[in-house]
Structures are given as C-alpha cells and as structure tokens.
Design a protein around this ligand. Structure first.
Ligand SMILES: CC(=O)SCCNC(=O)CCNC(=O)[C@H](O)C(C)(C)COP(=O)(O)OP(=O)(O)OC[C@H]1O[C@@H](n2cnc3c(N)ncnc32)[C@H](O)[C@@H]1OP(=O)(O)O
Length: 620
C-alpha cells in the first residue's frame, strides 16, 4: 500500500500501546525482551490512529541504545523508518546523549545511512551491557554499530568559533568566547561594529541601559577604566554602538579577530553537502565570505549566526509578497525607521506620508512625523494597518515593565484617537501605482471592499523583517514552518497564539539544530516573530558559548528575568480590548523545552515564565 507520509504522526508511546508495539516487533521478528520496561522511551508512528511504526531509545547514562525500529510490513520503504530514526536522533542530541548504539542482524546498511559505524563487540560501553539486548535478546551474530553525537575532535577544538555579525548579540557571544578562552573570528558585513543599529541610530530604545549592556562585555571593559552608562537611562540605538560596542571591539583581545566589511555568503561543512551524513558531525564548518572584493573561506569548529534580520525587510504588500508596483516605487518607500527629525527631514516635511505597519517601528515613525506636522502644518500623515487588532502596538501602558515601551503605545493611541492622522484599519495593500508625482495605494479592507488612497508622497514601510536563510541553506536546520525561527522557539513566540512579548529566557537546547555546532542567536533566532529584546540575545549567547565550551551546567542555567510587557493575551486577535490574561503562575517547570512534540499556544511549554520570575505572567 502506498501512503502519503505527511499523514503520519509521531507520538510518544504510553503503557496502553504495548500490544500494538509487541505485535509490530513480532511480525518483524525483532526481540521483545525488555522492550515493555522501556516503552516510555518509544516513539510511535501512527496513521489514522493506528500504530504503523515504532523505535525505542533506551538511555544508559551518557549513551543510548537504539532498538525496535520496525515498520508495519505493508508500509515499509516509504519513509516511516526515516521519520522515526531522525526524530530520535534529534531528541538524543537535544538531551546531550554522547553516542547511540544499536545491534542489528537485518539492517546494518540501513543504519549506515544515518552515520552509524560498525564497532568491535569489545568496544561495547559498560553501561549498555545491562540492557536486555546485550543480555542475550539479540543473537551473537548481530552487528554492533555506533553513532557519536557529541565529541570535539582534537583538531577541531583548535579551530575558531565563527561569529557571524558583530552587532550587540554577536559581540556578546564574542565576550563569552574571550572569557572562556575559546578562539573566535567575528565577521561583520558593515564597515563598523553595530552597523545595523547605526542605521536607526537616532531612535530612542524603550529598554534602558541595564538591558542593553551585556554583562560579559562590561566585565571585559571594566579594567580599561570604562564606566557603565546609567542603568535606568534610555539610550538611542547609536549610543549603544558608541558607548559599548565600539570600545569593546577595540579591546586588544577582540580587535584582531573582528573582520569588518566581511559579508558572509554561505556556510557549509567541509567536504559535505547537505545530503551526506557519515562523518558529518566531525567535519569543520566552512564559512565563505567576501571582503574587499575577494572571496575567502574560514574553517570553524562551530558557527554562531547573529546576523539579525535588519537587512531583509518585509514588504508593504499584505500577502508577504511585494505589492504590485512596489518595486517600481522603491525610491518613494523607506523600509525601517527614517530619521524624520534629522537627516531626512526635508523628505517628509510638508508632504503626505503613509506609514504601513503595526509595531514599535511604525509607532516611532508616526510620533516623529506628528511632531514634524506640529512644526510644519503642511506635513500630513496616514497610518495603515493590516489587522484591526492593535493590542500589541498600543501595548500595556502603565502595566509595561519598560515604561518607555508602554508610553510609546499610549502616545500612539492618543495620536490616533485625537485625529492627528488618517487611519486605515484592516487594510491589505495590494497595489502601489505612480500617479504623476504622487503614489496611489490600493488594497482591500477586511470585508474585501476596495480601498484607494490617493495623493501619497512617501511611504514608510514598518512591517517588520524576516531572516535571510540563504546563507545556511547547505546546513541541516529545523525551523518553525511559519515563523522561520529556530523550531523549538516557535511555540514560545508565535504571535498568532499569544500576544505577550514576554518570552521565557532560553538557551542552547532551544537554539540547537540537527546540525550540531550551528546556532542562530539574536533577533534572527526569532525569525519573523515581532518581539525581541537585546537582553534575550545576550542570554542566548551566554548559554550557547557555555555549551560550546562543554560547560553544560552553566549552559542550562537561566540567568535572566525579562521585563514583562503587560499585554499578555491568549487571544491576540481579540482587538484592542483584549488583554490581561495574566493568570496565576503555573507550577515552576524545568527550563528545557521538549523538542519532541512542541505544542503551540499558551501552555506551560510556551509562554510560561522561567521559574525565578515571580512577577506577572501570561497565559497561565
Ligand atoms: C536497531 C534496530 O532496530 S535493528 C532492526 C531493524 N528493523 C527491521 O529489520 C524490521 C524490518 N524492517 C523494517 O521495519 C523497516 O524496513 C526499517 C525499520 C528497517 C526501515 O524502515 P522503512 O520505513 O522501511 O525505511 P525508510 O523508508 O525509512 O527507508 C527506505 C530506504 O532504506 C532501505 N532499507 C530499508 N530496509 C533496509 C534494510 N533492512 N537494509 C538496508 N536498507 C534498507 C530501503 O531500500 C530504502 O532505500 P532507498 O531510499 O534506496 O529506496
């Protein structure tokens, strides 16, 4: 029978599944001894509720025994075995299992595809000898095979860690690497560190200095006589570069290893394309980059991608694609937050500007335009949002633990309510046309009725950013299907399911990919999700570098309590009135998130706070 593997579901086995598992083992002539006792470690493949495949991973300390990989006879060779084995490998990696072993008579070639290698029987780890399979359930002729999941070969340990991007989070990773004495090379596409931040250097951040200075950077700067900026003051984005990133990057232990004007083109594994498995984990990473017009390659033992998303803005078009005509109107569209009060004042003064978007960047642009309109009354502003739900941008007001963030939303609400701008709610922009010297913007409202806005001089597109995934396309990544965030983060940050920007701190486990040694940190790890605080990135960097250094107890510790937004809601589509779902605290739970079965939505594995955060919380 042929089946579509997308109809196959994977789930963990429960005690009541034993008859089905036993039947699968017996029909495939695999041993059943000891299997029932380890049933909770079994993964099942089901089709229409029926168990059609199974695989178990009995854990013995640092190693695990893969056994009972079986697929219903009529459904073999259609990918079900692969689904099961790959998921178990992913889980084993996320649990930091050092190696997987197996015994097989029937399928050594099958497991060789996944990188398992034959071993001599005398190399069996002591811990495995207690298992039923090694106690005699398997015949003596069975082949012993092993797959190493965690091992830093001596040659690789001497290679540097490549840090992609020298913004605040990339440099936070650098600081951690310096402190741990690990060699590194940081590659920054811009001509100076913090180049993306400088593009909106004029924008005041809503998080005060205390959240914008990485503690490891501060520790390394302190001996130079550097003094930390006042913790409670609000910096502009450019201040962060000038007062922290630049002095840090100039330190003698840092400067020689930061390459500026070095644009990363692609990352791969030396000698491996994406398909090839055997020995892959031991191969060095190859980072290809361009500097001064020449292409170079850097060998690295691990890669931390902190390149951000700033250079890949979302379009004005509401469908995720550029609106028809958007590219042709490019000279009249600013993507991001223009310096309306400064360098770009003449572009907006006395003109009519449409701001598209419903995030903090849009709020920022509108408020500055409104100020300009007060000084120069011919200046007019219009605001278009795709969704009528404005809860996230209007924010938690006084309930926001970052007062400036709360105030930004409240000011925007007052601006809209006071009629200082034309407001187009629920507008999906589909077309942008040139009409003489001006633009016509066309779209539909929530009832599919056509909307036409004529007489627009300028558009500010503040619809967010998306990650550039091209540079890692040769790596094995697991991304959330719609956010393009690291997969395990998806359920924590999905804006469809909870509006709170308050995301539990997380670390190397949630950031890991099937490609060991490759991590995405910073705003890029959130993919297209809208809320990210620099401090979250600092914590990610700390945990990832600790894991690379082999210090798992530090890597698993959470050292951050983030400020709450005060806009927690499990009903983000609920319009402006929704909010305040912050219920009682769920019981403290371990910080590690199960990679096996991420659930979306507000449950203990999504927006539950870290155990030490005792403040308000969302979605309890
Ligand atoms: C550690 C242990 O559990 S050892 C026990 C292994 N299990 C068994 O022998 C039970 C009988 N076999 C089965 O249940 C299944 O065939 C499994 C589990 C071996 C593989 O699962 P399937 O869903 O059938 O295979 P899947 O679709 O993932 O992979 C198919 C590919 O593997 C190959 N393959 C399948 N079984 C074997 C095998 N025994 N030896 C070598 N290659 C095999 C197929 O030829 C196919 O290759 P192709 O891509 O060139 O067409």
């Amino acid at each position: 029978m042929l089946l579509n593997t997308s109809t196959i579901s994977l789930r963990q086995a429960g005690a009541s599944d034993w008859p089905a598992v036993e039947a699968l083992l017996l029909v495939n002539k695999l041993p059943t001894e000891g299997a029932q006792a380890h049933l909770s470690t079994y993964l099942l493949a089901t089709s229409n509720g029926e168990v059609v495949g199974c695989a178990g991973a009995e854990v013995y300390g640092q190693v695990a025994l893969l056994r009972s990989v079986a697929v219903a006879p009529g459904l073999q060779k259609q990918g079900i075995g692969r689904l099961l084995v790959e998921r178990l490998l992913l889980e084993a990696r996320s649990r930091d299992i050092a190696a997987l072993y197996l015994l097989t008579v029937t399928a050594p070639e099958y497991f060789a595809q996944y990188g398992f290698k034959r071993m001599k029987n005398e190399d069996t780890p002591q811990a495995l000898k207690a298992s039923a399979e090694f106690q005699g359930a398997c015949p003596a002729c069975a082949a012993l095979m092993a797959l190493t999941l965690r091992e830093a070969p001596v040659a690789d340990a001497a290679l540097p860690v490549a840090v992609l991007g020298a913004g605040p989070v990339g440099l936070a990773a650098v600081a951690q690497l310096v402190e741990r004495g690990l060699p590194f090379v940081a590659l920054e596409a811009g001509g100076q560190v913090g180049a993306n931040l400088l593009e909106y250097g004029h924008v005041q951040l809503f998080s005060p200095w205390q959240f914008n200075v990485d503690v490891a950077m501060a520790r390394l700067l302190a001996p130079t006589g550097w003094t930390a900026p006042p913790a409670a003051e609000l910096p502009q984005a450019g201040d962060v570069v000038e007062r922290v990133l630049q002095p840090f990057a100039a330190l003698p232990r840092v400067a020689p290893f930061v390459k500026l004007g070095a644009r990363v083109l692609a990352v791969s594994r030396e000698g491996f394309d994406k398909v090839k498995s055997a020995g892959r984990d031991q191969a060095a990473f190859l980072v290809r980059y361009e500097q001064h017009g020449e292409v170079h390659e850097l060998r690295a033992r691990a890669v931390i991608d902190a390149t951000g998303t700033w250079n890949q803005p979302n379009p004005v078009g509401a469908n995720g694609l550029h609106a028809i005509g958007e590219a042709q109107a490019r000279d009249r569209i600013f993507y991001g937050i223009p310096d309306v009060a400064g360098a770009l004042r003449s572009r907006y003064e006395g003109r009519r500007t449409l701001v598209v978007g419903a995030g903090h960047s849009a709020a920022n642009a509108l408020l500055v335009l409104a100020d300009l309109a007060k000084q120069s009354p011919a200046t007019r502003l219009a605001w278009a949002v795709r969704s009528p739900a404005l809860q996230r941008v209007f924010g938690g007001g006084d309930a926001d633990a970052l007062p400036a963030r709360g105030a930004l939303g409240s000011s925007l609400r007052r601006l809209r309510d006071g009629g200082a701008l034309e407001f187009f709610s629920g507008l999906r922009v589909t077309h942008i046309e040139r009409m003489g010297s001006q633009l016509r913007v066309r779209g539909v409202d929530t009832k599919q009725q056509p909307v036409v806005i004529d007489g627009i001089d300028e558009i500010i597109c503040a619809t967010g950013q998306r990650p550039n995934l091209a540079l890692s396309s040769e790596l094995r990544l697991k991304l959330d299907p719609w956010l393009e965030s690291t997969e395990a983060l998806g359920p924590l940050i999905d804006p469809n399911l909870h509006s709170c920007g308050t995301v539990r701190p997380h670390g190397h486990r949630e950031l890991a990919h099937p490609e060991p040694g490759f991590y995405t940190v910073g705003v890029k790890s959130y993919g297209r999700a809208p809320t990210f605080l620099m401090a979250t990135g600092f914590e990610q960097a700390r945990s990832v570098v600790a894991a690379l250094a082999g210090d798992l107890s530090a890597a698993d510790r959470v050292e951050l309590v983030l400020p709450e937004t005060g806009v927690c809601s499990s009903d983000p589509a609920g319009g402006e009135a929704a909010g305040g779902c912050c219920g009682p605290a769920p019981a403290a739970e371990p910080v590690a998130v199960a990679v096996a079965a991420p659930k979306r939505g507000c449950g203990p594995s999504s927006c539950a706070p870290a155990p030490q955060s005792a403040a308000t919380r969302c979605c309890g």
